[in-house]
Write a protein of this length. Structure first.
Length: 281
């Protein structure tokens, strides 16, 4: 069933906001609305912003609206998770004149079942054909792809879109991806379900994001991922890993590796340590 999005979530950036956003990602306003322009914007967004779920991990306030994401990510120096990354990107694309549809998806639906539906926001952009624009899965595609079943290869990483049960499509992540896959339907928007799931992911003790720190950022040849105290550099040919050893080390990593301005990083380090003690108990 397709639901009309709320006015808040259908936000389009105004002219000043759009200029500020484009400056933030280092791209000029495109001369034409085509796949070349969409790909350039998609890649630039991922290189400018870090995927992070610190709000859920620390119990800080968070909202699902693109307006909130703009304040946090563009005016501030923070990143965001799928609702914010794809929400902001969709609002910017719509302001440029692209035909954008917010889709309600489900990360790891193949494992969790239909309860996963709503835990992901992704985007359909209609050009010469429908494209999947996806900047909300931190270690997946870096350019939009046609919404068709088949293999995908980008930067040496292998992905695919396959058919899934119930008439859904599944974007399969590469073999080293943290999220194995997410399901979506090109005609399925459900803002109410995404809002409810956002609340659960933010607050419930069973949420994966309240129990573990996750911060990821794309690089020229792969991505870097911080999961609790483990920092991994991943490319198509290999993985290297190091450990974060102190609050000062964490603060430096968030600043220099992920380009994040995080309040009280020592509190974040304390939370990581407390989770480690709980798991060891």
């Amino acid at each position: 069933m397709t639901h009309a999005p709320s006015n808040e979530n259908a936000m389009v950036l105004n002219a000043d906001q759009l200029d500020t956003y484009l400056a933030r990602i280092g791209v000029e306003r495109p001369a034409s609305l085509d796949i070349h322009s969409l790909s350039k914007l998609h890649h630039a967004h991922l290189m400018a912003f870090t995927w992070e779920a610190l709000d859920a991990f620390m119990g800080w306030p968070s909202a699902i609206t693109p307006a909130s994401a703009f304040t946090k990510m563009v005016e501030g120096r923070r990143g965001g998770w799928c609702y914010e990354m794809n929400g902001l990107f969709g609002a910017a694309l719509a302001a440029l004149g692209f035909r954008v549809t917010r889709l309600c998806g489900g990360v790891n639906r193949e494992i969790l079942g239909d309860i996963a539906i709503g835990n992901h926001l992704t985007l359909r952009v209609d050009l010469d054909r429908p494209y999947l624009a996806e900047v909300g899965v931190a270690d997946a595609i870096v350019e939009p792809v046609p919404i068709v079943v088949g293999p995908i290869r980008q930067r040496g990483f292998d992905f695919s879109i396959t058919l899934a049960e119930g008439g859904w499509l599944r974007l399969n992540n590469h073999e080293r991806g943290i999220a194995k896959s997410f399901d979506f339907r090109p005609d399925h928007s459900d803002e109410a379900t995404m809002a409810a799931t956002h609340g659960w992911l933010m607050q419930d003790p069973g949420s994966p994001f309240t129990n573990a720190l996750a911060v990821l950022r794309h690089t020229a040849d792969g991505y870097v991922a911080l999961q609790n105290d483990a920092l991994r550099h991943v490319t198509a040919t290999g993985v290297s890993e190091q450990r974060i050893t102190s609050a000062e080390h964490l603060a430096e990593t968030l600043e220099t590796v992920f380009d994040l301005d995080i309040p009280e990083p020592a509190r974040v380090w304390g939370r990581i340590l407390s989770i480690g003690r709980d798991k060891a108990a």
